[in-house]
Structure formats: structure tokens, C-alpha cells
Ligand binder design. Structure first.
Ligand SMILES: Nc1ncnc2c1ncn2[C@@H]1O[C@H](COP(=O)(O)OP(=O)(O)OP(=O)(O)O)[C@@H](O)[C@H]1O
Length: 262
């Protein structure tokens, strides 16, 4: 049973006028002989908090990486809104999976968050008072301001995740792509992260978050995209969160022998 949560309380503001920030059409990605993603047609509008949900190996990270141009696509297209199109990488903030990063790097929490400003600062420009204030506010919002002098290697998993969120916030990007930001965080922090991301969407950003937590996504997000190599269903939680769709998305049979490409 899905409880009426924040997602159903707040409709997407002025949805008709909200700008489509990106749109994929029949996007496909292959790794060698393996089809990781097939014919995915999805979009995210400004003002929307969207969850990308599926089991391990479903192609969720692949979709984010394809959007960012980090991996080659094998078919289909990605179209960005004019506001993002000139330099999509500058207008998109990406939070990769925590375990893909090197946390032994000798930098402090403050320095990692400030790295989110470097794209805007450019070479040879020292962070100014505005940059420092933006970083301070982001660390405060994510609840790690008191850890700012600590080396990142000393942090717990949940604290690391908060630092990554702070680094994302300071980018002040239009489109936020997050790969499993709820991994390793406790239940209370999960709610805080979801509230923070929803607030970003309400402020006009587009947010696309990979998660395995269907229940939480259904409570907080405006739309869900269920994926298992191809898009199984997409729509509002009420439309999409059905036993049939959950079964179709998470049943291992979907990733049977056909998972290998021809
Ligand atoms: N660099 C790569 N080379 C070869 N195969 C890859 C590569 N990256 C991913 N794959 C494969 O592509 C498929 C989709 O992987 P992807 O990482 O997108 O899944 P995911 O949905 O993000 O999974 P998870 O929930 O486990 O993070 C998997 O079968 C994976 O093994």
C-alpha cells in the first residue's frame, strides 16, 4: 500500500510550462556483445523529481553515463534543452556512486565541496567570499558543516554521501543526476536527502535519482521510471507502482539469456 506522501501533496509546479531539460529517444548502449540499455525514451522536466529504479545490472548507471557523454551510445539520441545544450556538462551536476570514488585522497570535507565550484571558478581564480558562502551553506544544508576540517578518509559512509551532495549543491546546476545517493545512509538521513532533493526540484531544477528504494521513491518523487535493460514503465507513482510493474522490473527472468546481445 502506498501512503500519500509529499510527492502526492505537491504537484509539479506549472507542469505544462515546465521545460524538458533532456529527452532521450530510443537510447541504446552496448558493452561489447551485451545490450545494457535498449530503446530507452525518457525525459526530465524542470521542477521534477524523478526516480530511476531497477535491479542490479538493469542499466541505470549506464543511462546516466550515456546522458553525460561518458560512454558511447549504440543507438538513439539525447536532446538537451537550450539552457543546457551549449555545454551540458557545466549545467549538469552528477553524483556518482560513492564506491566508485577514491576516498583516500588527502583532502578535507571543505576542499571536496569547494571542488564543486572549480568549474565556475576556472583556472587561476581563487575562491571568493561568495564561493565560500555557497560552500558553507551547502555543507550546512547537508549537515556536515561541523566536519569541514576533517579529511574525507575519516568519514562514515553516510557522511561521505552528504559531502557528495554538498559538492553537487554548490555547482548550482540546472539538472541533477544522482547515482544511488541513499546508499549507506541511515533512515533519518534518507528522509533528509529526499526532502533536500525534492526542494531542489521545487526550486525549478530537474532531478533524476537512481535508487533501489521503490517505497521511498514512491513517497517523494513526482515520477518513477522503472527500468530493466529497457523501460518497463514510467509515470506518477500512482500510475507505475503496481504489482505487475514491480514483478516485471525485478523478476530475474527478465535478465535471462536474452540479456546477451546478438
Ligand atoms: N564498463 C562496462 N563494461 C562491460 N559491461 C558493463 C560495463 N558497465 C556496466 N556493464 C554491464 O552493463 C549492465 C548494466 O550495468 P549498470 O551499471 O548500468 O547497471 P545498474 O542498473 O546501474 O546496476 P546497479 O544497481 O548494480 O548499480 C550490467 O550487466 C553490467 O555488468
Amino acid at each position: 500500500m502506498i501512503q500519500a506522501g509529499p510527492a502526492s501533496i505537491f504537484a509539479v509546479p506549472n507542469a505544462a510550462a515546465a521545460e524538458v531539460l533532456f529527452e532521450t529517444e530510443n537510447l541504446s548502449v552496448r558493452y561489447g556483445a551485451q545490450n545494457a540499455l535498449e530503446h530507452a525514451s525518457v525525459n526530465v522536466r524542470s521542477g521534477e523529481f524523478v526516480a530511476l529504479i531497477g535491479p542490479n545490472g538493469a542499466g541505470k548507471s549506464t543511462l546516466l553515463k550515456a546522458l553525460l557523454g561518458l560512454i558511447p551510445t549504440s543507438g538513439g539520441s539525447v536532446r538537451f534543452a537550450p539552457a543546457l545544450a551549449p555545454r551540458p556538462k557545466d549545467a549538469i551536476a552528477y553524483v556518482p556512486q560513492q564506491q566508485t570514488l577514491d576516498w583516500s585522497f588527502p583532502v578535507t570535507v571543505w576542499e571536496v565541496a569547494m571542488m564543486g565550484r572549480t568549474g565556475r571558478l576556472g583556472w587561476l581564480r581563487w575562491p571568493g567570499r561568495t564561493d565560500r558562502e555557497i560552500v558553507r551553506r551547502a555543507l550546512e544544508q547537508t549537515g556536515v558543516l561541523d566536519l569541514r576540517q576533517r579529511p574525507i578518509a575519516d568519514l562514515s559512509g553516510g557522511q561521505k554521501q552528504r559531502v557528495l551532495l554538498a559538492r553537487m549543491l554548490v555547482r548550482q546546476a540546472l539538472l541533477l543526476l544522482l547515482d544511488e545517493p541513499l546508499t549507506g545512509v541511515d533512515a533519518a538521513t534518507q528522509e533528509r536527502v529526499m526532502a533536500l532533493l525534492q526542494a531542489q526540484a521545487r526550486a525549478g531544477k530537474g532531478v533524476l535519482m537512481v535508487t533501489h528504494d521503490l517505497e521511498s521513491a514512491a513517497r517523494w518523487c513526482d515520477r518513477l521510471i522503472l527500468v530493466n535493460r529497457s523501460v518497463i514503465a514510467q509515470g506518477t507513482p500512482a500510475e507505475v507502482y503496481t504489482p505487475h510493474n514491480v514483478e516485471a522490473t525485478f523478476s530475474s527472468s527478465h535478465l535471462g539469456p536474452g540479456h546477451e546481445g546478438a
